[in-house]
Design a protein around this ligand. Sequence first.
Ligand code: SF4
Length: 284
Amino acid sequence: MRTFRRRRVTMAHVEATLKHWMPRGVRAVHFTGGEPTLHPDLLAVLQRCAALGLRTGLGTNGWRLSEPAYAARIAPLLDEVIVSLHGPNAEVHDALTLRPGSFDRAVRALRHVSRPGVNVVVTPASLPTLVDTVRFAVTLGAAFILISAVSPEGAGNDAYDTLAVPLSAWPAAAEAVVRAVGDEVPVRFFGLPACALGAARARSNDLYWSPRVTVEWAARPTGARLTSVVSMKPDRGRAPVAACADCPWAKACAGPFVRYVERYGDTELCAIGGSDRGTTPPQP
Ligand code: SF4
């Protein structure tokens, strides 16, 4: 992180990136972070994308979007906004963000956006409130809800056990979410293998993956460089385990996070079998 702290994406970086990728078929740009609304040129960048006819999206913690004047300026430039909401109340959400007031800000931001997406990042501490969080997101007008498993990286590895929900805890949680929301709002689970979702396995985001290019800072011997990472499948940091060889979902499912398996083994994963064995996973 220290390597990238003083780096800023410039308009020249944006122009070069679009010039490279648009002829290769990129038609939509999603800005995420860190927190993209901290960037002083975000509005200008979005205006440039709109002028080029690109579809635009923003993933945000909602802090700035909670300000009516800022929301009024940026909302018309966005086709899709995803706000992070990690709990059903300030106690849970602010404990995760370590930022008092962030829950109130996220809620106000969600009220400034028409049909927002909601991103819920789940840790062992917030898992017991997941159903309440999802229900609350629905009352705020969520058009879709993305529930994300944490795969700690960097300094997060020091707190792996407190950040990563055990795979064995997911089936009951995912099924409870689906029972609570039904088909009222689309819910997808991000970064989780299908067999970790129990009867909710068809909600795995792996099945709905679109090929994408992630442009991010990367450390190089000559210093930090903006780098493009192409993900044709949702397999970044993930890999099949032994059970996948005999699993009918293996073509669509990217398997667990490698780091998780290195730490806890693969015994929580099992080929989808029994009466489900002949079930064909929904086609992406
Ligand atoms: S056994 Fe492997 S391929 Fe099958 S659902 Fe589990 S992780 Fe995915």
